[in-house]
Design a protein around this ligand. Structure first.
Ligand code: FEO
Length: 402
């Protein structure tokens, strides 16, 4: 059965939901699924904007055939060649053999590498180029590294629709809804939007900033991304989130995240004590995560959200506890910066995690700060540790208050 939605009078959503994929990019859990968005414009020419992952190929083709209703497909605009959006290019070409493909030079190189498309149908565009399809004209805007180097976005100058590729995407199946204003976005979608941005595009904050600056010069009325809902109202809400995330500015100033790595509960107990004291002393946004049982994509997303991070960690083979090490390595890889850290470390005989955590916070992340003092737990935390844990709590609160 075709499943399409009208976006504007002559623009249709022809993408679909994938609820069977467990791990996006084979890394990130997506228990709420994901949508692969594609849009079809019916103008004097017909224009398909991006394709879909193979997983929903049958639904996608059925959607396109239904909206075309027998018309030929004249153009396929490819904004991003990652296979979750480009895998069905060959299927489109097989069914509509006269279609021309519009994309960047680098995208055509990547298509070849993935065995997609052919030179004979390629129309190469670059920043500032325009293409008219009748009533509608697309202006093409480079978006390198948002999220791959070949990426571009397409702006419909006639109605202000920005086809934003991976930018402004969100994890989560659409489930029949299409527009962000058809959801309680802040309550049900924002966490997954943040987890999508921070883990997929988070490393490329400078490039996202460059795209946002270009977008600021366009009269955007609607944002149509490649994942998640279309934005037609209150665009500034989501653009503001992107401003914060891409500049590594804490989204929730004064929020504290406690990440603990604990083998037998001693470090966990110290972390719990710190969380309780923070709450008791008036910090209203305190979250705790067990680094061993929380997916790293959630830890990263929360790290982008909060301003203060308490790391509580055991020593393991004279190193940082491996799950904590993975989290910190991912944090560095994604270029997170501008955060304030407190450290609680544990070691029964050689508490080396302390020095390693301290040097990570001060040397590995840009513009980050380590609060003094740190707390050193020896094996199990007990009442004798209260004083040094209180000192950590006071340091965090004092820093939040500025
Ligand atoms: Fe949704 Fe970078 O692909």
């Amino acid at each position: 059965m075709y499943c399409v939605r009208k976006v504007t009078d002559d623009l249709y959503y022809v993408g679909g939901d994938d609820r069977r994929l467990a791990l996006f990019e084979n890394i990130h859990p997506i228990p709420r699924g994901v949508s692969y968005n594609s849009y079809l414009l019916l103008d004097e020419k017909t224009v398909l904007v991006d394709t879909c992952d193979w997983a929903i190929g049958r639904q996608f083709i059925e959607n396109v055939e239904h909206v075309l209703a027998g018309r030929p497909l004249d153009y396929l605009v490819i904004n991003h060649v990652e296979p979750d959006h480009a895998a069905t290019i060959n299927e489109v070409v097989l069914r509509w053999p006269d279609v021309k493909i519009i994309s960047t030079a680098k995208a055509f190189t990547f298509m070849k590498q993935f065995g997609l498309g052919e030179d004979s149908r390629a129309i190469t565009v670059k920043e500032g180029d325009k293409q008219s399809f009748g009533r509608h004209e697309f202006a093409f805007v480079g978006a390198p590294m948002v999220h791959w180097p070949e990426a571009m976005v397409s702006f419909d100058t006639s109605n202000g629709v920005l086809f934003s590729a991976d930018a402004f995407g969100t994890f989560g199946a659409l489930g029949g809804r299409l527009f962000a204003d058809e959801m309680d976005f802040a309550r049900t979608e924002l966490d997954d939007a943040r987890r999508y941005y921070c883990n997929i595009v988070g490393k490329y904050g400078a490039q996202t900033q460059a795209l946002l600056k270009k977008a600021a010069g366009l009269d955007i009325k609607m944002i149509a991304p490649l994942h998640g809902p279309v934005w037609r109202k209150d665009l500034s809400y989501f653009i503001d989130k992107y401003q914060k995330w891409s500049t590594y500015t804490p989204e929730d100033d004064g929020a504290v995240m406690i990440v603990y790595g604990s083998m037998y509960g001693g470090t966990e107990s110290a972390a719990q004590y710190v969380a309780q004291q923070l709450a008791e002393k008036g910090v209203t946004d305190v979250v705790m995560y067990d680094v061993s049982s929380t997916h790293i994509s959630t830890l990263i997303a929360e790290s982008f959200r909060v301003s203060h991070i308490v790391l509580a960690c055991v020593t393991y083979n004279f190193e940082i506890y491996p799950p904590m090490h993975s989290y910190l390595t991912d944090m560095k890889m994604l270029a997170l910066q501008n955060r304030t850290f407190a450290v609680i470390y544990n070691g029964t005989w050689a508490p080396r995690a302390g020095d390693l955590l301290k040097s990570f916070c001060t040397e590995e992340l840009k513009k980050s700060k380590l609060l003094d003092p740190q707390a050193h737990i020896t094996s199990a935390a007990d009442a004798d540790d209260a004083e040094q844990l209180d000192a950590v709590v006071d340091a965090v609160i004092s820093d939040i208050k500025g």
